[in-house]
Write a protein that binds this ligand. Structure first.
Ligand SMILES: Cc1ncc(COP(=O)(O)O)c(C=O)c1O
Length: 475
C-alpha cells in the first residue's frame, strides 16, 4: 500500500521549511524556518537517535536486549527512546535538574528510566549528568553509553538528512544557515554538507550568554561558564563532535531575548516552538542586522523543538515572573550605539610577554584599570586587571617582585568579546559576570567597554522615547 509507512521511524526528517513574515520586523532577506517539531518525537534529535543506535549495533557494542544510556537535555532521550522502543532496548537517561518537568515525563512515558542530576556542577564532578551516565553505563551489564557529545553518528545524521533536505528544499539558493549549538551535531553535520555543495554558504551558530562557545570560538580562551535558562544549547566544555572549521560566525543571545522571540513565533507566526527556537531566530535577526544582509540573501534558521515541552516554563507567566524575566523589551539598542555616544577612544592593549611594570605604566598613562592582553598574532588571550596586579603585589610567594613578572603570569579570562551589533541586553548580561568587553569586527578591535560606559549610555538616554536606551516598561 503506497501510503503506508512501516514504522514511526520512517517519519523522522523531511520537515517543512516555512517563511517567517512578522517576527522579522522588516528584515530584507528571505528568512526561512526549518521546523523540526514535525518529527515524531517533537524535535531535531529524532534524526540522531536512530543513527546513533544503529552505529552501536554495527560496531558490536549494542546486542539484542541491551541497554542504552545517555546524558540528555531531554530531546535526544526522546529520539533514542523511540528507536529503543521499536528495537527492544532498555533506556536509561540522566538529565540536569534545570530541564522542564514535561521532558522527564515524556521520557518516562516511552518506558525509559530517568535520573535527575544537579545542573550547577562542573562536567567532571561525579554528580554531573555526564559523570552519572558514564558510571551507570560502566556498571550496567550490556549497557552502551551513546554519548552524543563525541559520537560521530550525531553530526553524520545531519550530514545525511538535514543538510540535503535544506539544499533541496531551497533549490540550492540558501546563502546562510543559522542554528543554535548544543552538542554541535546539527551545525557541524548540516554546515559541512551545505559547504560541500556551495563553499560560499555562511554557517552561523547561536550561543546563549553564559556559555563558553562564542568567546572560545573567537579567542581560543576558555572563559568562565555561567548558568542560563534556555535549555539544550550552549556548553561549559568543547564537545569533540564540533568542527569549528565549518562555522563562520557565532552570535550571542540572552534568555530574555530567546523567550520573547519564542513567544512571538507562537503568536505572530503560529509556530508553537521551544525556547532555543527563540534563540535561533533572535540570533539570526541580530546577524542579519549586523551584516546588513540585503534582499538577495536566503537565510535558513533551524528551529529545534516544540513549545509543548515548555508549557510550565516560558509559556507560564508565573514561572517567567518568578525567574525575573520581563517579556517587554525595556532596553533597546546595540553596542555600536554605546560606542557612538561615548566617542572614539584608543584601544590600549598589552602583549603577554610584556613586564607587569610596563602594563601598570600603560594603565596609569591612560587612566584605565584593565588591559586586554593581545598576542603577536593579534589574538585576544585574556585581560590584566588592577585587581590581578594588586593580588600579585601582596602575594608572599612573589616576594614583592610582581612588577618583574610577565603579563602572561597574571592574565585572567575575565574578558568578553562582543560585536558592534551585539544587543544591549546581551552586553548587560555579560557585565553581570565580567568587567571588560572588547568590541571586535573581523580582525579589528573597535573599542573596549566597561560597566560605566553602559551605565552612562543608559542614564543619558533614559526617557528619550524611540531612541536606543531605556524605553518605557513593556515598550
Ligand atoms: C532544544 C534544543 N535546541 C538545540 C539543541 C542543539 O542541537 P545540537 O546538539 O545538535 O547542537 C538541542 C540539543 O540538545 C536541544 O535540545
Amino acid at each position: 500500500m503506497p501510503g503506508v509507512l512501516d514504522s514511526i521511524l520512517e517519519t523522522v526528517g523531511h520537515t517543512p521549511i516555512v517563511r517567517l513574515h512578522h517576527v522579522t520586523d522588516g528584515a530584507a532577506p528571505d528568512i526561512l524556518a526549518k521546523v523540526e517539531f514535525f518529527n515524531p518525537g517533537g524535535s531535531v534529535k529524532d534524526r540522531i537517535g536512530l543513527g546513533m543506535i544503529e552505529a552501536a549495533e554495527r560496531d558490536g557494542r549494542l546486542k539484542p536486549g541491551g541497554t542504552i544510556v545517555e546524558c540528555t537535555s531531554g530531546n535526544t532521550g526522546v529520539g533514542l527512546a523511540i528507536a529503543a522502543a521499536l528495537k527492544g532496548y532498555h533506556a536509561i537517561f540522566t538529565m540536569p535538574d534545570k530541564m522542564s518537568d514535561e521532558k522527564i515525563r515524556v521520557l518516562r512515558a516511552y518506558g525509559a528510566q530517568v535520573i535527575v542530576t544537579p545542573t550547577a556542577v562542573e562536567p567532571e564532578d561525579p554528580r554531573s549528568y555526564y559523570s552519572v551516565a558514564r558510571r551507570i553505563a560502566a556498571e550496567t551489564p550490556g549497557a552502551v553509553l551513546v554519548d552524543q557529545y563525541s559520537n560521530p553518528a550525531n553530526p553524520m545524521a545531519h550530514y545525511l538528512s538535514t543538510g540535503p533536505e535544506i539544499w533541496d528544499q531551497t533549490g540550492g539558493r540558501i546563502t546562510h544557515f543559522i542554528c543554535t549549538i548544543g552538542t554541535g551535531g546539527t551545525i557541524t553535520g548540516t554546515g559541512r554538507y551545505l559547504k560541500e555543495r556551495n563553499a560560499a554558504i555562511q554557517v552561523v551558530g547561536v550561543d546563549p550568554v553564559g556559555s563558553i562557545l562564542h568567546d572560545y570560538f573567537y579567542t581560543g580562551v576558555m572563559p568562565p561558564a555561567h548558568s542560563y535558562a534556555v535549555e539544550g544549547i550552549g556548553e561549559d566544555f568543547i564537545p569533540s563532535v564540533y568542527d569549528f572549521d565549518v562555522i563562520d560566525d557565532i552570535v550571542q543571545v540572552t534568555d530574555g531575548e530567546s523567550f520573547r522571540m519564542a513567544r512571538r513565533l507562537v503568536r505572530e507566526e503560529g509556530m508553537f516552538v521551544g525556547g532555543s527556537c527563540g534563540s535561533a531566530v533572535a540570533g539570526a535577526l541580530a546577524y542579519v542586522r549586523d551584516r546588513a544582509l540585503g534582499a538577495g540573501a536566503v537565510v535558513v534558521v533551524l528551529l529545534p523543538d516544540s513549545g509543548a515541552r515548555y508549557l510550565s516554563k516560558l509559556f507560564n507567566d508565573d514561572w517567567l515572573r518568578e525567574n525575573g524575566f520581563h517579556m517587554g523589551e525595556r532596553i533597546r539598542g546595540y553596542v555600536t550605539d554605546v560606542l557612538a555616544r561615548r566617542g572614539p577612544s584608543p584601544v590600549v592593549t598589552v602583549r603577554p610577554d610584556a613586564a607587569v611594570g610596563e602594563a601598570v605604566a600603560l594603565m596609569r598613562r591612560h587612566g584605565i584599570s584593565q588591559l586586554p592582553v593581545v598576542d603577536a598574532a593579534g589574538d585576544i588571550v585574556g585581560v590584566l586587571g588592577e585587581r590581578d596586579v594588586l593580588a600579585a603585589m601582596f602575594d608572599p610567594v612573589r616576594e614583592g617582585r610582581a612588577a618583574d613578572e610577565t603579563v602572561a603570569a597574571l592574565v585572567t579570562n575575565r574578558i568578553a568579546v562582543v560585536e558592534p551589533g551585539t544587543t544591549l541586553s546581551v552586553l548587560g548580561r555579560i557585565f553581570a559576570d565580567t568587567d571588560l568587553a572588547v568590541v571586535r569586527s573581523g580582525d579589528a578591535l573597535l573599542g573596549v567597554l566597561t560597566k560605566i560606559d553602559l551605565i552612562a549610555f543608559l542614564t543619558d538616554s533614559a526617557g528619550r522615547d524611540g531612541e536606543p536606551g531605556v524605553g518605557r516598561d513593556g515598550a
